[in-house]
Design a binder for this molecule. Structure first.
Ligand code: C5P
Length: 336
């Protein structure tokens, strides 16, 4: 019997790109948020050796370049395990999209593998091999609302936003992440005259500013929790009036933005249009996720989200109404 694991997607609530590092990666600051859209990963271990990947979607590689292959190969060594690992990927998420689909698949495969083998790695070892495979993997070992620093692979749980109705639009546009980073470097190298948003010349200043904004948000959360005497997590934003009920609004009012929009929107104006439709349909916050092309909106009610998704579909854009997942929901639903 294979072990089934849900592989959830993520969105980025703000993403700031810093300097290009000597290792070829960019310094990043972002807040990841897991959402309920998911693939399903099935893992079984039999006699023999090697790793076999099956997937009906021809766009998913089934060779050693697959993230599931790469992480399972490392995990088998780390767990000192033998056997032939069969991984089946039931693809429901868009293959290329800014939703961390392939990264989530890899983490789900490793969690399923540990269950199948009845063996566990230490948490730091799991985080290490996840980071070796890609910058977007470790967040899926935390779930909920997650701060990402370094190249995005250094992850810290932050107080969870409540479950928020959400629309994810997945236009049929493939954005190359390395190319988007290169376009950003070009934009920054052209200097502050290109855009008002780049008037601060030093990349590290922009990173420090993101840190201060986030720190102010986090401390405002704990202050209002202290003042109101109750936990924030799980309070629906739709019922919110006071500060304690609006942690999301507090966050978006800090002005968090996704830097990738500045290079991806000029190239693909359709994506700017998707964001505009989401905002005009009442989104509290709308943004490109990662380097795209997935673009999402967060809504005050499920009804508003369902309507907004329908409106995008009328325009021929694939869109789904879903919800963000708190850390607790994420871990509860993973093995359901
Ligand atoms: O880590 P991951 O495999 O997702 O990265 C894919 C590519 O995106 C990297 O090879 C690099 O070109 C770029 N990248 C980057 N800075 C980051 C993350 C990714 O330049 N923080």
């Amino acid at each position: 019997m294979p072990t089934n694991v849900r592989s959830f997607a993520k969105i980025n609530l703000g993403l700031r790109i810093g300097a290009l590092r000597p290792d070829g990666f960019h310094e990043l600051r972002t807040v990841y948020q897991t959402i309920a859209l998911h693939d399903v990963i099935r893992v079984s271990v039999g006699r023999g050796s090697g790793i076999e990947i099956r997937c009906d979607d021809s766009r998913v590689p089934t060779d050693e370049s697959n993230t599931c292959y790469r992480i399972v190969e490392r995990a088998m060594v780390e767990l000192n395990a033998t056997g032939r690992v069969m991984i089946e990927i039931e693809k429901r998420l868009p293959v290329q999209g800014g939703l961390g689909g392939a990264s989530g698949n890899a983490v789900a495969a490793v969690l399923a593998l540990e269950r199948a083998l009845k063996k566990e790695m230490s948490a730091p070892a799991r985080l290490r091999i996840a980071a070796e495979v890609g910058s977007d993997l470790p967040l899926f070992l935390v779930g909920g609302t997650v701060l990402g620093v370094g190249r995005g692979e250094e992850v810290y749980p932050v107080p969870d936003l409540p479950a928020i109705p959400c629309v994810v639009a997945t236009p049929e546009i493939g954005v190359s992440t390395p190319k988007a980073f290169a376009d950003w470097d070009l934009l920054v190298s052209r200097g502050p005259q290109v855009t008002d948003k780049l008037t601060r010349p030093v990349a590290s200043d922009r990173m420090s500013e993101f840190g201060r904004v986030l720190s102010a948000w986090l401390s405002s959360q704990s202050q209002s929790k202290y003042k109101s005497g109750r936990a924030l997590s799980g309070v629906p934003v739709s019922k919110g009036r006071g500060r304690a009920e609006t942690p999301l609004l507090d966050l978006v009012r800090t002005g968090i933005e996704n830097d990738f929009e500045q290079v991806v929107f000029p190239k693909y104006p359709e994506l700017r249009e998707v964001k505009r439709v989401l905002v005009s349909a009442g989104a509290v916050y709308a943004s490109l996720s990662g380097s795209g092309s997935a673009t999402y909106g967060l809504f005050a009610s499920r009804e508003a989200a369902v309507k907004a998704a329908a409106r995008l579909r009328e325009d021929g854009i694939a869109a789904t109404a879903t919800t963000t997942l708190t850390r607790q929901q994420y871990w509860k639903k993973i093995f359901d």
